[in-house]
Design a protein. Structure first.
Length: 677
């Protein structure tokens, strides 16, 4: 064989793909379809070149766009016609072409905000008809007998459309997705165990973005429909998509812990390496941010649909039986014999969404140095707030017959040593939630004080206690740990008052903490498990009397200031301290009297407890509304937060979708589902 010689320079040019050549003809305003009746059948057998199509559209100026508008509409119309074909390859290629087309149009529109690219291309009077036809065809594909790669590309097309603009409420095409709803098709995919595994993630993301379209401005049918879903299979499927993602994250984190090298050299390398890695750029931060979409999906479900929590609780009750095909998170995982082990251990088998959320939160709590992690943790707290307000969720979490071992990760801190065994005892989920909240309180007392997160954390604790008081539920919990954490928080606020008072309302937070103590003092007999708990509470108040005295002194100081912007909360805090100060004064006197009688100077804990038990003869002031709280509302307090969160989710999803669409041909080959003509 002889080899062909290369021309002069020795360089060889890659031959231009036929589909690229056709694109160039179309966008020059020419008609390559002339004299070829089979042009479009042949065209849709060619693999689309996503990058080339985008490049051609981006090169067009306003005048050129008007010139070739007819050709663009022709390509779009033929893609639409091909969505009705039974030929899998042509159908797939038409969907991929539409993905590239919409992505490029949105990108062009963002690059030239002064020129309405979308309405210029579609023509305003034809948009409704075209979008109705497109969404009807998508609905038929999602619910019809098609290959799964075709269904997947259809979902990617919808994701490209709904994530077209950074601000989802400014996406003009979503108005048509509202009018021609795909909700029933999404529910059907989530209800089918096989389809859910393949497409559930995309469906949940679609629903999450669509629910946030003009959420507080106009009627949104997806909000209404999501709030009314009662289909247990669909709700389970929705939850499983979220839990599987969180569980994967937790497993990855645990795996990273097990891979940590203990050698001196490795430790030194890690220390030096971490000095040159920015917080925002570290891998874990990116992994945490990647969970925003499904956490947002969880928030929307617990916020909008009470049946979701009910179904979730029902799933927990069935956890003693092996998972059925309809609620298995991952078919490749071995199914343990849970019937023989009623206590569920997350270290062996991740059991449910709440367990996954608690463990996930304990990991995210450890990373508080960047805005991404703080936003993610705030979303977690808002989810916990919604859950802690729900009666059914509370009854499930407080069920003493339903216990779990949950691995809560704890931050490395200089003033405490961590136990090697990170897994706590088997206990109701309410106790685990309290452990999680206590851990947050003690581990975030820092100069850059996260006031909003503390308010949310204390709010969840308050809601749990209100449920216990209202339903007379006596949770067997070491309350001393909670009291110590709350007193530690008060001590920090008093110590850091000169710096914090310039930045935030520490009096309001202090008031919420003090009122939790007042709730124990006034109503503890309705929910504390033993009478000894009351003794321990009064002992702790007296042991830490210095903290409460300092708070009282601080409050007195601010009541005399004429320019204090927090005057109302200062006065409320002054009133809230009355009973605590009375208890401290009463028992301090009794203890001094007892010491004088016994001739002692330093009593033991048991001796003080004995004094407390014998001297409950004091009168306290009845305080109102201790068991009341303002029901959670997204607006107006958290509207800006969710707008920003949805924006991040949209941008990240769009990047992922474009990568998938661009590499779809190679993905098809890997899946061995490409059907040749």
């Amino acid at each position: 064989m002889t080899s062909r010689k290369r021309s002069g320079s020795g360089s060889s040019k890659r031959p231009k793909e036929k589909v690229v050549y056709i694109y160039e003809l179309f966008f020059r305003g020419e008609d390559p379809t002339a004299q070829n009746a089979e042009f479009w059948n042949e065209f849709f057998l060619l693999q689309p070149n996503v990058e080339s199509l985008e490049s051609e559209i981006m090169k067009l100026g306003p005048d050129q766009l008007l010139t070739v508008k007819g050709n663009i509409n022709l390509i779009f119309a033929k893609c639409m016609e091909m969505l009705d074909t039974a030929h899998p390859k042509r159908l797939f290629n038409s969907l991929q072409t539409l993905c590239a087309f919409f992505h490029a149009v949105f990108k062009k529109s963002a690059a030239e905000p002064s020129f309405d690219v979308i309405r210029t291309i579609f023509e305003f009077d034809q948009m409704d008809e075209k979008m109705k036809l497109l969404l009807t065809q998508c609905n038929n594909i999602l619910t019809g007998e098609v290959t799964e790669n075709v269904r997947a590309m259809c979902l990617k097309l919808l994701l490209v459309i709904v994530t077209g603009t950074d601000n989802v409420s400014q996406n003009v095409l979503l108005e048509y997705v509202m009018i021609h709803s795909l909700f029933d098709a999404f529910v059907r995919l989530l209800s089918d165990s096989t389809l859910r595994v393949q497409h559930g993630h995309d469906v949940v993301i679609l629903l999450t973005v669509l629910v946030n379209y003009r959420k507080h401005e106009a009627a949104n049918p997806y909000i209404v429909q999501l709030s009314l879903v009662a289909d247990e299979l669909a709700l389970n499927g929705y939850g499983q998509m979220i839990s599987s993602s969180l569980i994967d994250f937790c497993r990855g984190y645990m795996q990273s812990l097990s891979n940590v090298q203990t050698s001196w050299f490795s430790s030194l390398s890690n220390i030096v390496g971490n000095m040159f890695v920015s917080d925002e750029g570290c891998e874990r931060v990116q992994q945490i941010k990647a969970n925003n979409a499904l956490l947002l999906a969880l928030y929307e479900a617990v916020h909008l649909n009470r049946n979701f929590i009910t179904t979730l609780a029902h799933t927990q009750a069935e956890s003693s039986a092996p998972p059925s095909p309809s609620n298995t998170l991952n078919a490749s995982q071995p199914v343990p014999d849970l019937a023989a082990a009623p206590i569920i251990d997350i270290t062996q088998y991740p059991s449910n969404l709440l367990v996954a959320v608690f463990q996930y939160c304990s990991i995210v709590m450890q990373d508080n140095k960047n805005e991404s992690s703080i936003a993610n943790l705030k979303l977690c707290f808002l989810i916990l707030t919604c859950i802690s307000e729900d009666q059914y969720a509370n009854s499930m979490m407080h069920d003493s017959n339903l216990t779990f071992k949950v691995m809560l990760h704890r931050a490395q801190m200089r003033h405490r040593k961590l136990s090697i065994d990170r897994v706590g005892k088997s206990q109701p989920l309410a106790a685990t939630l309290l452990d999680l909240l206590v851990e947050f309180i003690v581990s975030h007392l820092m100069k850059k004080f996260p006031m909003e997160l503390y308010l949310l954390c204390i709010g969840v604790i308050h809601r749990i206690l209100c449920y216990q008081k209202r339903c007379r539920v006596r949770l067997n919990y070491p309350w001393k740990e909670l009291w110590s954490a709350l007193i530690g928080l008060l001590r920090f606020l008093v110590t850091q008052e000169p710096n914090l008072v310039k930045k935030c309302n520490i009096f309001y937070l202090s008031l919420q903490v003090v009122n939790i103590f007042n709730l124990f003092i006034t109503y503890g007999d309705t929910f504390l498990a033993t009478t000894n708990s009351y003794d321990e509470l009064y002992y702790e108040l007296n042991r830490e009397e210095k903290v409460f005295s300092e708070i009282h002194a601080m409050v007195l100081r601010y009541t005399t200031m004429t320019d204090c912007e927090y005057k109302d909360d200062v006065l409320k805090l002054m009133s809230a301290l009355v009973n605590i100060l009375a208890i401290i004064k009463h028992f301090q006197n009794k203890i001094k009297e007892w010491l004088a009688e016994q001739g002692l100077s330093t009593p033991t804990e048991d001796q003080i407890l004995e004094v407390v038990r014998k001297n409950y003869d004091l009168t306290l002031k009845l305080q109102d509304s201790l068991d009341q709280y303002e029901r959670y509302s997204e607006t107006p307090r958290h509207t800006a937060f969710f707008t920003s969160m949805v924006r991040d989710v949209v941008i990240d999803t769009r990047k992922n979708m474009y990568s998938y669409v661009r590499e779809a041909h190679s993905i098809l080959h890997e899946q061995e589902v490409l059907i040749t003509p």
